[in-house]
Design a protein around this ligand. Structure first.
Ligand code: ATP
Length: 243
């Protein structure tokens, strides 16, 4: 797919195209679950950092699953880089995700039998675009990110399971950042850390995202983290609880 030749027809399309991510009038409900969500309008531009908070069960991970194209809404529209993401086939969404989205999962989802340095290179094996963005020098890009994110070099070749939680989390962040994807989705990645390590991790993540001009959607139940972000959204405002 060629992102540069998308045809613009209406002012709405043009507004959407200048954004990395938009949601318009989206309704979503899991099967056999009474809670539903309605998001009338949400937009994040290149380099913007959004903070999504809300109590347990308010739908934070659900929204990230929608933004990652792992599931699709019943109605309305999610647009990624000017493309109507949520109307694409599963295969097309998988491709768009691999090329344009870096995900930091709550449980990191690292491949346990692979060393840290190999885990970081994985997105480059699944996406030619991300490989090209590091000029095919995957190993060098992974080294650079691990260095920047302060993972000790002596651990790069160890299986990730031998690393501390904080170190695994920084490996997961390096993997998400490889090849400078336009969008980073982070699902409560700091929940297992003490305050100092949490703050340090956030600083490193946001510095790297700024350098790549990546947009971030960061999810947390802890509103105290919000002060670092330019946009704030409370999940509860979009929740439709049945009467
Ligand atoms: N795959 C799924 N299938 C059906 N229901 C789901 C699924 N995933 C989540 N839910 C339901 O959606 C609601 C919101 O869950 P979600 O995990 O998105 O909340 P959350 O805000 O991320 O919670 P937490 O902070 O505890 O991780 C819950 O009622 C949950 O049971």
């Amino acid at each position: 797919m060629n992102w540069t030749t998308a045809t613009m027809t209406t002012p709405d399309d043009a507004r959407t195209a200048s954004a990395v991510l938009t949601i318009n009038n989206m309704h979503f409900q899991w099967p056999r679950n009474a809670t539903a969500w309605h998001i009338p309008d949400l937009q994040l531009r290149a380099g913007e950092h959004g903070f999504l908070h809300g109590a347990s069960g308010s739908g934070k991970s659900t929204l990230l699953a929608l933004l990652a194209g792992l599931t699709v809404p019943q109605s309305g529209k999610i647009t990624l880089l000017g493309q109507h993401f949520s109307s694409r086939s599963r295969r097309q969404r998988d491709r768009l995700r691999a090329d344009h989205i870096g995900i930091i999962f709550q449980q990191f989802n690292l491949v346990p039998y692979l060393p840290a340095i190999d885990n970081v290179q994985l997105p480059g094996h699944f996406s030619r675009r991300r490989r090209e963005r590091v000029h095919d020098a995957l190993y060098d890009a992974a080294r650079h990110l691990l260095q920047t994110l302060a993972v000790p070099e002596s651990l790069w070749r160890s299986p990730v399971t031998a690393l501390s939680v904080g170190q695994q989390q920084r490996v997961a962040a390096a993997r998400a950042l490889l090849g400078a994807p336009e969008l980073i989705l982070a699902d409560e990645p700091t929940s297992a850390l003490d305050t100092d390590n949490r703050d340090r991790f956030l600083e490193l993540l946001m510095d790297q995202a700024r350098q790549a001009n990546s947009t971030i959607v960061f999810v947390s139940h802890d509103p105290a983290l919000g002060r670092r972000f330019s946009q704030h959204h409370d999940m509860q405002q979009w929740q439709e609880v049945p009467a």
